[in-house]
Design a protein around this ligand. Structure first.
Ligand SMILES: [Zn+2]
Length: 59
């Protein structure tokens, strides 16, 4: 998978209720000098907890 898509699930544990998967609510692409990363806004479908994550683009 080379992109993170809004509305798709992501395998990341919720920090609040430890649900094993969260939903991607918004993505922002960030370009650094040598690589591309994404800032992801995440929401747990179980408890509604909002979180963010900075993840590198998969090559
Ligand atoms: Zn949760």
């Amino acid at each position: 998978m080379s992109d993170y898509k809004v509305g798709h699930p992501l395998s990341k544990r919720c920090n609040k209720c430890f649900h094993p998967e969260v939903t991607i609510n918004q993505t922002v692409q960030k370009e650094f000098s040598e690589k591309i990363a994404y800032i992801l806004w995440l929401q747990c479908p179980d408890c509604g907890f909002n979180d963010t994550a900075l993840l590198p683009k998969d090559e």
